[in-house]
Design a protein around this ligand. Structure first.
Ligand SMILES: [Zn+2]
Length: 610
């Protein structure tokens, strides 16, 4: 349906550019300098992890480096990419493992490095990377046909991820083997539709088919596979998401899993890998189907769940985040999460496990890369985010520049420029639920399609506004929202910095771990449906707790609420009562993504509840 532009055609602007710079200066921008599993990885000839971690890191670092036009970062990315390509064996095998161990190597990491190489090849213009990915996938096909590689474990449950590089290779080289490999992968890969019965009741067991990252990734399967099979798209993604969401959904659009499906409670967690993988699934689904609802879900996850899981400087992240998160400490004793351990909602270098450390960096760069897409008729402005596109249509240099602070502000300008007269369609996506005006005139629908001859500069103004509201959650709970932004009560945090060494991996500033204990009251209910919005400036740190760009005034009253299984830093799943224990007072709610500790889901106060 739609294709991505190259990195060189896209220039992030405004708060989005600042966020990318913060990431570049933080953990994801520096892992190759200080984290053994990337710095000394077997992928580049070292003796540390030689599976998913370097491919994960490159998956975010490469687009980040190119979108920022940061030559030093590009050189560092190329050092890794070139070392990996140099290590490719004559038969096409590319993963760092001894030849005799190839049959045991879980090829999930192969899918991932092929995706990294193919995307880098096509969006950064490196032909060698495309050829390497093609040869590695041809080698996979030969091994699968010979039975020397069989899909198992992660490879079996993430088989569809190989379809992404395979689709790029098919588009570029147009061979016939790609369809055959896609069919082989499908045949040996897991079909998640077989497991929907297991998604309805969370169980305290680790299962690969209720694993939250797998489930966030697999939504794109039908859309990706259709590129090879030609089968008509039936929106299996929506059917599966609906089941997952009904039994495990969160206020910010996530599927809860810590780390397997965890139910609908506001203290159930979601792993950060699942946040960025759900975003990527939404980006792919929007590009492949053109259905605006995936861009709406993408915004909801990107503007809330992604920034909430990192510190403002992006040097520390969480493994699991919760909607009602009153503390993030190393819990004494057994964890109350499903199967994750007692430090999994702390902020740090690699709380719980290092997958998210390597993987979370894909979130912001890929969001920026997907602001504009190419359609058959011209250009789709998929996300109303500050960003500039410079490309060519029918040989004519054209550009679109979006300016403004959405989702923190509603007035966006789209400046279209064309060197000479050229006809094309600019489709501007309008977020769901927005009251929209284009150049002062009300517009309806998910897309404003402007098919015309463009010449010189044309400035269009898009005004977006939303009605703030309290929306329902299970168990008669409510949360505040304004368009894609979820607003919540920030809880003051008492910070403790933890510097230590474990298993040879050092935590020290700026990449220390942090414990956050609750330092203000959190047990409240909504005493009124009224939310009074105010809008401020978006600062150097867009998602700032001390200077949030959007606020809502709400009336809250204290209620009786307990702790989960006696942990004084974990709120109970739901309040004991909905009766006010005291007078309602005015509080300021701020964007979920600006908070470290927060209460998102609250009951409405009921008078005289027994
Ligand atoms: Zn992870």
């Amino acid at each position: 349906m739609y294709k991505n532009f190259s990195y060189g055609e896209i220039t992030p602007k405004g708060w989005l550019a600042r966020q990318l710079r913060i990431q570049a200066d933080g953990l994801a921008g520096n892992l190759d300098k200080m984290w053994p599993d990337v710095r000394d990885s077997a992928w580049i000839g070292g003796d540390k992890e030689g599976w998913e971690r370097v491919p994960y890191w490159l998956d975010g670092f490469v687009p980040l480096a190119f979108l920022l036009r940061d030559e030093e970062m590009i050189a560092r990315a190329k050092r890794y990419l070139n070392a990996i390509m140099d290590g490719q064996k004559p038969d096409g095998w590319i993963c760092p493992c001894p030849d005799e161990k190839r049959g045991d190597y879980d090829v999930w990491a192969l899918f991932l490095i092929c995706k990294v190489l193919a995307e880098y090849g096509v969006y950064a213009g490196d032909e060698r990377a495309l050829e390497c990915a093609a040869r590695a996938l041809q080698n996979l096909r030969e091994r699968m046909l010979a039975g020397t590689t069989k899909l198992r474990q992660w490879g079996k449950f993430r088989w569809f991820e190989a379809l992404i590089p395979l689709g790029i290779i098919k588009d570029r080289f147009g061979g016939e083997w790609e369809d055959g490999l896609a069919a082989l992968l499908k045949e040996q890969g897991a079909d998640y539709a077989d497991y929907t019965g297991e998604w309805k009741t969370p169980v305290f067991h680790w299962r690969i088919f209720t694993h939250i990252v797998n489930l966030s990734m697999m939504l794109k399967t039908e859309a990706e596979y259709g590129r090879f099979s030609g089968e008509k798209y039936a929106d299996e993604a929506q059917r599966l998401y609906d089941i997952l969401y009904k039994y495990n959904g969160s206020a910010v659009g996530l599927i809860n899993g810590d780390e397997c499906l965890a139910g609908v409670s506001p203290v159930a967690g979601t792993e950060l890998c699942a946040v960025v993988e759900l975003m990527y699934s939404c980006e792919r689904l929007f590009a492949l189907t053109g259905d605006a609802k995936w861009a709406d879900l993408l915004e909801r996850v990107a503007f809330n769940a992604l920034p909430a899981a990192t510190t403002e400087d992006m040097w520390a992240h969480q493994y699991d985040q919760q909607a009602n998160q009153i503390g993030c400490v190393h819990l004494p004793g057994k964890s109350p999460w499903m199967t994750n351990g007692s430090e999994s909602n702390m902020f740090g270098l690699e709380p719980e496990f290092g997958c998210c450390t390597a993987n979370f960096g894909q979130g912001w760069p890929k969001l920026a890369h997907n602001v504009f897409l190419r359609s058959e008729k011209g250009i789709v402005a998929a996300l109303p985010l500050a960003c500039a596109l410079k490309t060519e249509i029918n040989g004519v240099p054209v550009g679109v520049e979006i300016a403004g602070d959405y989702p923190f502000g509603g007035r966006m300008t789209y400046t279209v420029s064309a060197k000479r007269p050229v006809g094309f369609e600019l489709a501007i996506r309008v977020p769901a639920g927005a009251k929209a005006k284009l150049c002062g005139k009300p517009v309806r629908g998910s897309f404003i399609k402007l098919e015309r001859e463009w010449n010189g500069k044309t400035e269009l103004t898009l005004e977006l506004s939303f009605a703030p509201r309290l929306s329902p959650r299970p168990k008669k709970m409510y949360f505040a929202e304004y368009g894609p932004l979820v607003l919540c009560l920030p809880i003051k945090a008492e910070w403790k910095t933890c510097e230590f060494v474990r298993d040879g991996v050092e935590r020290k500033l700026p990449y220390a771990d942090y414990e956050l204990a609750p330092g203000s009251d959190w047990a409240f209910g909504f005493a009124s449906d009224e939310l009074k919005m105010s809008f401020g400036k978006v600062g150097e740190t867009p998602f700032s707790e001390s200077a949030p760009p959007v606020m809502a005034e709400a009336w809250l009253a204290p209620v009786e609420w307990g702790f989960l299984r006696g942990y004084t830093t974990v709120a109970d799943r739901w309040p004991k009562h909905r009766k006010a224990l005291g007078k309602a007072k005015k509080f300021t709610l701020i964007p979920y993504g600006c908070t470290m500790l927060r209460m998102t889901e609250l009951p409405k106060i009921i008078k005289n509840e027994k």
